[in-house]
Write a protein that binds this ligand. Sequence first.
Ligand code: SAM
Length: 284
Amino acid sequence: MSDGRWFEETLHDDVRLTFRATEVLAEQAGDHQHLALFKNVTFGDVLMLDGVTQVTTGDEFVYHEMMAHVPLFAHGKAREVLIIGGGDGGLAREVLRHRAIERVTLVELDADVIGFAERHLGSIHRGTFDDPRLEVVIADGSVFAAQTERWFDAVLVDSTDPIGPGEVLFQEPFYRDVARILKPGGVVVTQNGVPFLQPGELKAGLGNLRRALPEATAYIIAVPTYFGGHMTLGYAGTPAPAPERATLTERFAAAGIGTRYYTPAVHQAAFALPAFIAELVDAA
Ligand code: SAM
């Protein structure tokens, strides 16, 4: 048995992942959620909210690259992006690497997550909170979407799982508001969990998204932290999910963005769904 305190992720009823913390960097009971940040030899710095792993410095690139670059390269002309959640700043970082982006509005419920990230997660946000194109709003994303009069080219829902404050972000009224604030030609991406372990999160969440945006589908990514096989991200809106390879290659080259997971080939392949995931998507 190795030394150190063990942090158990309590997300799933029947199977749990436990991390050995070589150092606890910070722990606080915030107004909305319990936050814990610790060091792990394999994953680097690990952020847990209410016992659920949110982000690790070791593999965050997978999730953030695929949540930003797939919709933005599919769209090709996005200028205004809305991020709901995403208080660690990793997704905003990837979005802002697209030089054509003029403004990113990040609506995070929990100010503690942002403060925490600013203090402790510099290797994730990498100065993003100082970018003048980023506007941070502390609010419930569902309330913001219901009330804003602005329109967006891309709405990226970088949420927690559908328990606690994140639950509203998987429901039909929220998606109807998202559809309302989407510019013509706009695109939406959501996080829909690991379908082998959470089939309902994909089926119910995508079903609700589809009732607001009928063409909704999903794509797959492999994030070691979110164990249990593929993770799915929902995709909806006007741009074809996976444009021609030549188009993606041209846009990717023009952007000059170096990546560790995203490539035009991976972009296209991500929409090839294993049969058991395709069944859930079709049934949604
Ligand atoms: N970026 C992470 C990753 O790499 O997987 C994803 C998790 S991100 C930290 C999720 C954020 O969603 C949390 O900071 C949480 O506070 C926020 N959140 C949950 N419910 C929300 C809501 N209703 N409105 C806005 N933000 C919400």
